[in-house]
Every structure is written in structure tokens, then in C-alpha cells.
Ligand binder design. Structure first.
Ligand SMILES: Cc1ncc(COP(=O)(O)O)c(C=O)c1O
Length: 432
């Protein structure tokens, strides 16, 4: 029996961390309001709660217009349609992200072009974009991943030089600010998700924000079965679908948005305390701070694990040991999308991958993005944001669990950590 919980010792922490999402009386009251109104969604569009939430959400992110949609994936898809992405166009995307960033590009029959991430942020490396631009490139789709922003200064400079549009994937960045500007308000459009793990959530849901009324009108047409938008100033219609958000979900979002600033402040304070306890921990790297991020929006706390500084004990063993100490974290949280089993792209389903080519593009074999692969398969460790929503003691426990595992890391050598973790936690994720 060792000191670590994974080798039979006592877990460092037995009490659960903050649960997410947090239901309160505000959500209950908002849901009751919708229930009794009998206006549950559909038409009239948008409903009272969806309209109020979208307007406030856009304001909070320093954008003029907002619209709710039913998922974050649809938010990206609607944004791509609104900015005029056509079949065969190329869209630059980061390789290291959730597959849902890239799926919408294929869904509009455009071609995703993977670019590596910056090791300081794990976001799209803006310095590499120009090399990926071809005459077919029409847009850049950066993701503000984890707890950092993609370098919007450089992305906007490259976009303006090459006349490209920018859609910000802000699925992780609710409330975040870059030099005082809200996430999603700097490019042509911003797309958000409200799926259950996100910083505000209605279980499922999404939103698009923009400063461009014409784009917003196109979004409205696209998500409301092709109908005219509310303002209809530009008199444009596109073939649309029903991608509306129901009023129950919009009402829950309204309640969550009201609490977001307080929760963001708690997370930020706790992350600072955690980092103060973690500096100079051998084997662990913290992401470089960026003073241009003027309000942090951490979807997850992300740090680096350097196996080579920890006697070559693989990250998967470290993660398994942490979980059994009572601290949830994930190593293989995302994969480079082109390598992911959740991305079995088949060119016959997406004809633009073959157009004008003797052989269809094989997105799964044509890329190698070393920083994305290093993050995915070796270094990145993700903690859920709600672990940082409680007390200082909570985050000290996380730091202490890391130190405990690292101090006793030799106990992990040769262990079948995957079998142990899966047996105890009854779960299997992507980590091998
Ligand atoms: C980075 C990123 N982009 C896009 C999405 C898609 O959002 P949704 O799951 O709401 O469709 C997600 C969410 O899961 C995400 O994390």
C-alpha cells in the first residue's frame, strides 16, 4: 500500500467540489413565468425571454446585436452562412479544439484548413495563419480556448490584409474581455454555446453576436426557417431551418447571465490563489498570462504536465492518480481534430473536399501540427471551471493533490492506471 489513493492510500479530498450547473430560485421563477405564459417558444419569434437575453448578452460582450440559437454548433454554422461562406471556400481553424468548431465548416460544404496552436495559449497560432492562406481562403475561425484568447490583434491584422472574415468561436469565453472588448465582438461575428458544461448554460443552447445588422438579419433568416428578420433593413433571405431556442432555455439563461459577473470574479480570484501555490512546482507549467486579457473567462483551468521532468511517468497516470485523490481533471480533453475518432470525415459526404482535385483531400492524413499533438497527447491538463467556483480551501486542495501525486510519483511506475481508474470511477474517456 502506498501513500497515493491510487495505490491504496487515503485520498486527499473526499468532499465534492461545487456542482455545475447551479440551480437557484431565479431559474425556478423564470421557468414558472414561461410555463404560465403559455408562450413556450416557436412563434412569435423571438420570444420575450430569448429577445431580452440575446440583447443583454450582446451588450455584456460589447456587441450591438445578439440572437439565440439552439446549439453552439449551429451558432458557428449560422455565422458562417451570414458572412457569406460558400461551398468550396476555405476556412482556417485551429487543430486543437472541440470537433464542433470544425463540423459547421463542413456542414456549409466549405473546407477546414487546420493551423497549429500557440503553446503559450493553446489557441490558434496567429503567426502561422498567413502560410495557410490560399486564393480560396475566405475566413478565419479562431477559438478562445480554455482560459486564454487567440491573439485577436494579429488575427484582425491578417484578416484585414487578406480581406478575410473572422468568426470567433467563444464557446469557452462567456464574459471574457480582450483589451476591454467582449469576446465575439472583435471579429465579424461571435458564436457561443450554452451546453451543460459551459460558463452559463441551459443544458443546450447557443448565441450569435455581431456589430453588423446585415449579418444578424441573415442569421435570423437562417435560424427561423428563412423568414424575414425583425428589422429587415437589408431585405435579404436565405434558406433557413428551425434552429430557434425555446423560451424555457432562454429564461434559464437570463437567470444565469445575472450571476455570471460574480461567478467570474470568484473563479478569477481562486485561480490566482491556486497559481500562487503552484509556482515553481517541478513538472508543472502554467500558461503564460496575457495582459491583453482584461477579463478572464476560464471554461477550464489548463496547465501543462511535463512527463520528462517527472521520471517519465505518463500524463495518463498522473491524471488517474489525481482523480483518485478526489480532484477531477482530464488529459486527453481534446485531440487535434484531424486525428480524432470523432472526426471520421468522408469526402463523399462533403463534396467540396473533391472539387477541382484528382484526389479528394484527406483531412485525416494531410496535417501534422506538433503543438496541438503535444498538448493533446502529452502535456495539457484540464480542470473543470466549477472546481474554482468554491472556496480558497478547494483550490488549495487541488494544488496539494498535485504536490502529493508529484512527490510520490514513483508509486505510479508500472501501474495499470487506466484499469484502476476506470474500475473505481466507472468511466472511460479518451485517455489511454
Ligand atoms: C470550442 C467549442 N466550439 C464549439 C462547441 C459547440 O457547441 P455545442 O456543443 O453547443 O454545439 C463547443 C461545445 O461543446 C466547444 O467547446
Amino acid at each position: 500500500m502506498g501513500k497515493l489513493a491510487i495505490t491504496g492510500g487515503k485520498p486527499l479530498r473526499k468532499t465534492p467540489f461545487t456542482r455545475w450547473p447551479i440551480p437557484t430560485k431565479s431559474e425556478s421563477a423564470a421557468l414558472k413565468d414561461v410555463l404560465e405564459s403559455t408562450l413556450w417558444g416557436g412563434q412569435p419569434f423571438p420570444g420575450k425571454h430569448a429577445a431580452a437575453f440575446a440583447a443583454k448578452f450582446a451588450r455584456v460582450h460589447t456587441a450591438k446585436y445578439g440572437q439565440c440559437v439552439n446549439t453552439g454548433t449551429v451558432a458557428i454554422q449560422a455565422a458562417l452562412k451570414a458572412i457569406g461562406i460558400k461551398p468550396g471556400d476555405e476556412v482556417v481553424v485551429p487543430a486543437y479544439t472541440w470537433e464542433g468548431t470544425v463540423g459547421p465548416v463542413l456542414l456549409v460544404n466549405a473546407v477546414p484548413v487546420f493551423v497549429d496552436v500557440d503553446p503559450d495559449t493553446y489557441c490558434l497560432d496567429a503567426r502561422l495563419i498567413e502560410k495557410a492562406i490560399t486564393p480560396k481562403t475566405k475566413a478565419i475561425l479562431p477559438v478562445h480556448l480554455g482560459m486564454r484568447f487567440a491573439d485577436m490583434d494579429e488575427i484582425l491584422r491578417v484578416a484585414s490584409k487578406h480581406k478575410l472574415k473572422v468568426v470567433e468561436d467563444c464557446a469557452h469565453a462567456h464574459g471574457g474581455m480582450w483589451k476591454g472588448k467582449g469576446a465575439g465582438s472583435m471579429g465579424d461575428m461571435g458564436a457561443f454555446s450554452f451546453q451543460s458544461s459551459k460558463l452559463i448554460t441551459s443544458g443546450e443552447g447557443g448565441a450569435v453576436i455581431t456589430n453588423n445588422l446585415e449579418y444578424m438579419e441573415l442569421v435570423e433568416s437562417y435560424i427561423n426557417a428563412g423568414r424575414a428578420s425583425l428589422t429587415d433593413k437589408y431585405k435579404k433571405r436565405i434558406i433557413g431551418f428551425n434552429y430557434r431556442l425555446g423560451e424555457f432555455q432562454a429564461a434559464v439563461l437570463g437567470a444565469q447571465l445575472a450571476r455570471m459577473p460574480k461567478q467570474s470574479a470568484i473563479r478569477e480570484k481562486n485561480m490566482r490563489q491556486f497559481e500562487a501555490r503552484m509556482t515553481k512546482t517541478p513538472g508543472i507549467g502554467l500558461l503564460k498570462p496575457d495582459p491583453r486579457i482584461t477579463r478572464l473567462a476560464p471554461y477550464g483551468y489548463v496547465m501543462k504536465y511535463f512527463a520528462e521532468k517527472v521520471s517519465d511517468i505518463p500524463r495518463a497516470a498522473f491524471v488517474a492518480a489525481m482523480q483518485l485523490e478526489g480532484v477531477h481533471c482530464d488529459g486527453l480533453f481534446y485531440e487535434p481534430v484531424y486525428k480524432s475518432s470523432l472526426f471520421p470525415v468522408d469526402a463523399t459526404d462533403f463534396p467540396a473536399l473533391s472539387w477541382g482535385r484528382e484526389k479528394a483531400l484527406d483531412l485525416r492524413s494531410m496535417y501534422s501540427c506538433p503543438e496541438s499533438e503535444k498538448a493533446a497527447y502529452q502535456e495539457a491538463v484540464w480542470f473543470p471551471h466549477q472546481h474554482f467556483l468554491g472556496t480558497t480551501k478547494d483550490v488549495y486542495d487541488i494544488a496539494d493533490a498535485i504536490h502529493k501525486v508529484l512527490e510520490n510519483v514513483e508509486e505510479l511506475r508500472g501501474l495499470d492506471h487506466k484499469a484502476i481508474r476506470n474500475q473505481r470511477l466507472g468511466r472511460a474517456d479518451r485517455e489511454s
